[in-house]
Design a protein around this ligand. Structure first.
Ligand code: NAD
Length: 261
C-alpha cells in the first residue's frame, strides 16, 4: 500500500507502538479488522514492515513507520505523518531481569525510558490533535507488574506502576474532552518476549521449560493459563467504544485471579 493511499483513507487512525511483534502486532491486526487504518510502528522497521504487509494482505489499511519510543525526533515524525490520531496504543516494551546491584545502570534507565517516558511523550504528542477533534482513546499496555512485584524486575515493575499514576493525571487533564486513557494489565501472554524469559529461566534454574511455565510463571495464577491476545483485543474494543466514554484512569486487569489472593 502506498503512503498516499494510506494517508487518503478516511478511516479512523490507530497508532500502535511496538507493533512489529507479539501483543502490539495482534492489537494492530485487530484494529485493522475493526475498520481502523493502522500506523504500525516499531523500533524494528523490518518487523513493522512485515506486520503492515500482513495486515494489508488480509484486506486492512496499514503502513509501517520506524518509531523508537525513546526518540522525540521519531515521535514528532510519526505524528506529522499520521495527522490526528484517534486511538493510541502504547505497547512497546522490553524486559531485563537482574538483582538491583547487578542491574546495568543504562539498562535500568532504558526500561524506564521505553515503558514510562515513551508512553508519556507519545501521549503528549497526540493530545493536541485529539483535543482539536474533541475525542480520542489512549490504551496503555501495562502488566500485572503494574500491580504486584517480582524480584529482579525493579525497572519493569517501577515503570509499569508509574504508568498507572501517569494515566490518572492525564485523565484529569483532559476530563472536559471525550478523551480517555486506560491501562490493560495482563498476566503472562505467550509472545517472543515471554518465550525468551522461559528459555532463560530454564537455563538459570536447570529445569525444563515446561517446569518454568507450570512451577514459576503460572504458579501464582489460580486459572493457570496464559492470557491470549484475543482477550486483550476484546478489552481494547470496549475501551475505544463510545460507551466507554466515562471509563478513564482505570486499570483493566486480566490476571486469572492472580491478584485476588
Ligand atoms: P514483544 O517482544 O513480542 O514485542 C515488543 C515489541 O516492542 C517488539 O516488536 C520490539 O521491537 C518493540 N520495541 C522494543 N523497544 C522499542 C522501542 N524503544 N521503541 C519502539 N518499539 C520497541 O513483547 P510483547 O510481549 O508483545 O510485549 C508488548 C507489551 O506488553 C510490553 O509493554 C510488555 O511489557 C507488555 N506485557 C507483556 C506481557 C507478556 O507476558 N508477554 C505481559 C504483560 C505485559
Amino acid at each position: 500500500m502506498s503512503t498516499s493511499e494510506f494517508q487518503s483513507s478516511n478511516l479512523p487512525l490507530a497508532l500502535v507502538t511496538g507493533a512489529g511483534s507479539g501483543i502490539g502486532f495482534g492489537i494492530a491486526q485487530h484494529l485493522a479488522e475493526q475498520n481502523h487504518k493502522v500506523l504500525v510502528t516499531d523500533i524494528n522497521i523490518d518487523a513493522a514492515t512485515s506486520a503492515a504487509n500482513e495486515i494489508v494482505a488480509s484486506g486492512g489499511v496499514a503502513a509501517p513507520f520506524a518509531l523508537n519510543v525513546t526518540s522525540q525526533e521519531d515521535i514528532d515524525a510519526a505524528i506529522e505523518f499520521a495527522g490526528t490520531v484517534d486511538v493510541l496504543v502504547n505497547n512497546a516494551g522490553i524486559q531485563h531481569v537482574a538483582r538491583l546491584e547487578e542491574f546495568p545502570v543504562d539498562k535500568w534507565k532504558l526500561l524506564i525510558d521505553i515503558l514510562l517516558t515513551g508512553p508519556a511523550m507519545l501521549t503528549r504528542a497526540v493530545l493536541p490533535g485529539m483535543k482539536a477533534a474533541g475525542k480520542g482513546r489512549i490504551v496503555n499496555v501495562g502488566s500485572i507488574h503494574a500491580l504486584i512485584a517480582s524480584p529482579f524486575k525493579s525497572a519493569y515493575v517501577a515503570a509499569k506502576h508509574g504508568l498507572l499514576g501517569f494515566s490518572k493525571v492525564i485523565s484529569l487533564e483532559v476530563a472536559e474532552f471525550d478523551i480517555t486513557i486506560n491501562t490493560l494489565c495482563p498476566a503472562y501472554v505467550k509472545t517472543p518476549l515471554v518465550e525468551k524469559q522461559i528459555e532463560a529461566s530454564a537455563k538459570e534454574h536447570g529445569i525444563s521449560e515446561e517446569e518454568v511455565v507450570n512451577n514459576i510463571m503460572l504458579q501464582p495464577m489460580p486459572k493457570k493459563s496464559f492470557i491470549s491476545i484475543e482477550e486483550l483485543c476484546g478489552a481494547v474494543d470496549y475501551l475505544i467504544s463510545p460507551v466507554a466514554k466515562n471509563m478513564t484512569a482505570q486499570t483493566i486487569v486480566l490476571d486469572g485471579a492472580w491478584t485476588a489472593r
